[in-house]
Design a protein around this ligand. Structure first.
Ligand code: HEM
Length: 129
């Protein structure tokens, strides 16, 4: 019988899988022509923050808020021109990363659906400059 999980965090395999996920995700982001230019060369601090954020977003320990306070993610993205195309690009990098870490298709789709809302919510311009 299939085990039931309380949280996405548990269902995907917790901390080690989230680590692998962010490590698979950011090289794709950096290599993406629409996304790469927005990010600093030293991606490690961003990767760490994302690890902390996704941990709590998926129902694990509140690592991000414990360190940085209220996430206010839309506000934190305001300095960057986030177009609908960039939101789609972000989600496509995430989709590939989810596949790369070996999650089964159904779970992958579920996780991606949870991220679609925020990604499109962070869109703050039609203009990519
Ligand atoms: C919609 C497309 C997105 C773009 C183009 C984008 C881009 C960026 C950029 C440029 C940064 C700042 C990197 C730096 O520190 O210099 C950032 C930070 C961050 N992003 Fe995104 N992002 C997107 C969507 C998302 C989504 C959907 C999430 C999570 C649900 C997310 C979570 C984060 C987190 C946790 C940080 C670090 C915030 C901090 O500084 O504390 N982003 N993002």
């Amino acid at each position: 019988m299939e085990r039931q999980y309380e949280t996405i965090y548990e269902a995907i395999g917790g901390a080690p899988v989230l680590r692998k996920l962010v490590e698979a995700f950011y090289p794709k982001v950096q290599a993406h022509p629409l996304l790469g230019p927005l990010f600093p060369d030293n991606i490690m601090p961003v990767m760490e923050k994302q690890y902390m954020f996704l941990t709590q977003f998926f129902g694990g320990p509140s690592l991000y808020s414990d360190q940085y306070g209220h996430p206010m993610m839309r506000a934190r993205h305001m300095p960057f021109p986030i177009t609908p195309e960039r939101a789609e690009a972000w989600l496509s990098c995430m989709s590939k990363a989810l596949e790369e870490v070996g999650l089964e298709p159904q779970l992958r789709q579920f996780v991606l659906e949870r991220l679609k809302g925020p990604a499109h919510h962070f869109v703050n311009t039609e203009n990519s400059n």
